[in-house]
Each structure stands twice: as C-alpha cells, then as structure tokens.
Design a protein around this ligand. Structure first.
Ligand code: CS2
Length: 491
C-alpha cells in the first residue's frame, strides 16, 4: 500500500537541505574551533551572531553545550544547528540564518566535551551560564562547600584516579574537566572568555577555576595557571525568551519551521580585554572592540543597563507592569530610573564612555515595545544580580557619605516583595527563607538580607534603618490569614 503523502502545504523544518532549496546555495559549515558552555538564546543572538558576521571564510565553528537541560541541544541538533536570528527594531524585522553552530550538544555529554577539550584546533571557550551559575559566595570566590561544587570536585578527583566516568554537573566543574582533558592530551593553550554580567569576569573565573582545580590536583591547577589565558568581556544585546508567536510569525514569513530561532534587538556590543594565545575569529569585523582596560565599560554596562533592568523588574512589577517597555512608559518609574541614572553617571568617570548618548540609547532600547522583554525573566536570580548591579553603586555612594535614594528604593522594594511572599527563581532562596523565618523585626530582616548581598553592608546601621523604613512604608496591611504554603515568622 502506498504510504500517505505529506500535504504539500506542510512547512519544512530548517536544515541545510531545506535552506539550500530556499536560497539556492550549498550551505557551507565551518570546523569547530570554539567551545561554549550555556547554549541559550543569548549565546545564539550574541557570540554566534558576532562569529558568523565576522567569519566570511567559514573558519570558526562552535560546539556549544547546554547547561542543566538538553532541550536546546535536541531542538537545534534536529536542525543541524541552523537557526534564525530575527533582529527586531522598532519598525522592522531583519532575518539572518546562522551557520556557525556546528555541534549543538547536551551539557551532560561529558565524553564529547572532553573530545573537544583535547582538540588543539579549539582556541577559545566562551561561557554564558548566568551570574548565579558560577556559584560564587558573597566575596566573589567560588564556594567550595556548595554541595554541587563539592560533588564535582569529588567526581573530578575520582576521575583523575581512574575511578569511573565523572558525573560533573556545574558549569565550572565541566570547564575544569575540559581543561583537564586538554592538559592530559598536551593540546596547549587556549582562552577562556566568560560572557556573563559580572565585573572582571575573566579574573573571577580564573580564580574560581584555579580553586576548583587545586582541590582536585596540584598538577592540574599549576598547568591551568601556567597555560590557560582568561579574558574578560562586556556583552550586551537584549534577547527575551522566544515565544510561540515569534516562531509562528517566522514560519509564515519563511515557510520553514525553526524551533531554535531567537528574537533580538539591532543593538549589540561586545568589548573584550585579554590574550588569545591559540588565535580567535576576527570578531572586530562585526564591531567587537578590544581594549586594555575593560573596567569602565563593565561599570557602564552593569550599572546603567543591568542595574536599570533590575530596578524595573523589582519596582516595575510592584506597579503591576509586565514588560520593560510597559514599565518605562510609567512616569512614576521614569522618575526612579532617572534618579538611578543620575547617581550612576556621577560615579562613572572615564573618557570614551559617552554617557549622555549611552543613556539616550538605553531609553530607546527599553522603549522598543516590539521586544517583549518580560520583567519576570529579569527578576530571576535577583540576589546575584543585586550583588553586581546595585551593591557596588551603593557602596561607592556610602563611601562618599551619601544615602542613595535609588539604591534604597530598589532594596526596600525587593525586601517588601519578599515579605509579601514573592518567590522568583533564586539560587539563594534557602538562605532568603532562613532570614525571613528567623527575623523578628524589620531591622534584623533587612540586615540579614543585605548581608546575603555583601557582608560589609551589615555594619551600616544608617543604611539598615533607611531600607527598613522604606520597606515598612511599602507594606500593605497584613492579610488576615497566613498565605498557603510555608508559615512565615515575620513579614
Ligand atoms: C537582563 C540581561 O535578565 C537580565 O538580568 O538585565 O539579560 C540583559 O538583558 C542583558 O545583559 C542585555 O545585554
């Protein structure tokens, strides 16, 4: 019996064959010379986009590993790693199919990771694992007592002693595993290039990797310190989670089904400082800047953009807003935002920062309502984010003897929302719950939560008083009964 034929109108999945049919070209793919940990939407809209835009000769392909879930790798592998970046300005969409994701891979596939680690042609490992993904303590060091990190160290030790496959789960544990494979193979130097929103991210990761490796073996630690280059980078491109509507729209426009597509804004920035002993793509062809001193650019981006984002997520949601564009259309929020930017701008002093233009461009970018950037997405991992985005501004201001209203407002609102029972995804949730449960008065509660952000804040009695008063002022009258779930000692 003949098999039923597919209806001709059924859209085809994006692959090199279907793309070739649509464009009439043979779709060439580069060899793998770049590794990535954290195959999410941002990696697709940023590092992969820049690599594709700067590599007309197809010399630099990526093998990119997912984090905790294999979903993105499964989806992209079914499309041979091809996917579309939909660049969405305030009035039009531009589409580009990226061919540089050669091996979308499951992060749990450790033998594959080791294979790439051993390959001397691999020259750079980039990371986008989120601030919380590094599992740092409040002093910025990797927390070796953290259960997952400790388990990885034990697994890496057992692996070096020849006892079975290592079941390593953390991003840094996997990075150390790849480096161990490289050392053992004698494959030579490469560069680790973190692309997460942390100041001095190269130095932070270098120290964390050395600490983990040192707990595994002195030889490994020494090899890493002597051989591996750690570069720092500032990355910027607003990339909200792709929605089913985006995918449907794309299918209607191209006739191809692309479940790996990402939507992003036209703006993109990548600033890098560091050495590349094994080479790198000519990323500058796509506008990437290489600088000697990255610190001023880090502060500008983390404080002006990310700090403002966290302010919008915390204070905007409290006012009932759902997206960034909605929040910045609210005059109450714009007053807070302007106050925040004024404070930050005063602290940023370096030539070359072009602050008025930078701020004006942020206003435009945030107001682009065609980029549906959910405040809930930004609110994930607020504790880690506050550490890098708000606390440095707060400490600089307190050091000058000032009580920065913008910082106090964000912290007080964050705390008021926690007291109201808001539960966003946060690696520090157990610690937050412990503080909420044990604190009998607002000042103790505020001191405990500020201590999670930076232990030095606990000693600042004036700050605690200011945040506690602002937080109390935000609390609506207590509900008559306990909310469902866990009982709360204090709110
Ligand atoms: C955002 C960032 O979710 C967040 O915390 O602040 O992802 C932001 O969109 C990017 O850093 C923009 O470059």
């Amino acid at each position: 019996m003949p098999s039923p034929s597919r209806p001709t109108s059924e859209p085809l999945v994006l692959t090199s064959t279907t793309l070739g049919q649509v464009t009439g070209e043979v779709v060439a793919r580069p060899p793998v010379r770049l590794l990535h940990l954290g195959l999410g939407a941002f990696h697709r809209s940023h590092q992969l986009w820049h690599t594709a835009a700067s590599d007309p000769d197809n010399a630099w392909g990526y093998a990119s590993f997912t984090g905790r879930s294999s979903t993105a790798a499964d989806v992209l592998a079914a499309q041979e790693g091809l996917y579309t970046v939909l660049v969405r300005s305030s009035d039009e969409d531009d589409l580009v199919v990226i061919r540089h994701l050669v091996a979308p891979s499951d992060g749990a596939d450790l033998p594959l990771l080791r294979t790439y680690g051993r390959d001397p042609r691999v020259a750079v490992v980039t990371l986008t694992v989120t601030e919380a993904g590094y599992r740092l303590d409040s002093s910025g060091r990797v927390d070796l007592d953290d259960a997952a990190t400790a388990a990885d160290i034990a697994a890496l030790r057992a692996w070096r002693e020849g006892r079975g496959e290592p079941g390593v789960t953390t991003a840094l544990g996997r990075l150390v595993l790849a480096l161990e494979a490289r050392m053992t193979a004698g494959a030579g130097a490469l560069t680790v290039l973190p692309c997460d929103n942390m100041p001095a991210n190269g130095d932070v990761v270098a120290r964390a990797v050395a600490d983990i490796a040192g707990a595994v073996s002195d030889e490994l630690r020494q090899w890493i310190v002597d051989t591996v280059a750690f570069a720092s980078s500032v990355v910027d491109r607003i990339t909200p989670a792709t929605t089913p509507d985006d995918l449907a729209e794309l299918r209607d426009r191209t006739g191809l089904v692309d479940a790996g597509a990402v939507v992003t804004e036209p703006f993109s920035e990548w600033i890098i400082a560091g050495d590349f002993p094994a080479g790198r793509p000519l990323w500058e062809r796509s506008g990437v800047r290489f600088v000697d001193d990255i610190a001023p650019f880090e502060r500008r981006k983390l404080w002006m953009l990310n700090g403002a984002h966290t302010l919008l997520a915390v204070c905007g949601r409290r006012r009932g807003h759902t997206t960034v564009a909605e929040a910045v259309a609210d005059p109450v929020i714009t007053v807070q935002l302007d106050q925040w930017w004024d404070t930050v701008a005063e602290l940023l002093s370096a030539p070359d920062l072009h602050l008025p233009a930078y701020r004006a461009s942020l206003e435009d970018r945030f107001a682009n309502a065609r980029i549906v950037h959910l405040l809930d997405q930004i609110a994930a991992e607020t504790t880690s984010k506050l550490r890098f985005r708000v606390v440095p501004v707060l400490r600089a201001e307190r050091g000058r003897g000032r009580m920065p209203e913008g910082c106090v407002a964000v912290l007080a609102t964050w705390i008021a929302e926690l007291r109201h029972g808001r539960r966003d995804a946060d690696a520090f949730r157990p610690a937050i719950d412990a503080v909420l449960d044990r604190s009998r008065d607002t000042a103790t509660l505020v001191a405990g939560l500020l201590e999670l952000l930076d232990p030095r804040l606990r000693a600042d009695a004036d700050l605690i008083t200011a945040v506690a008063a602002a937080s109390d002022a935000l609390l609506s009258p207590l509900p008559s009964s306990e909310p469902e779930g866990r009982p709360r000692a204090h709110r």
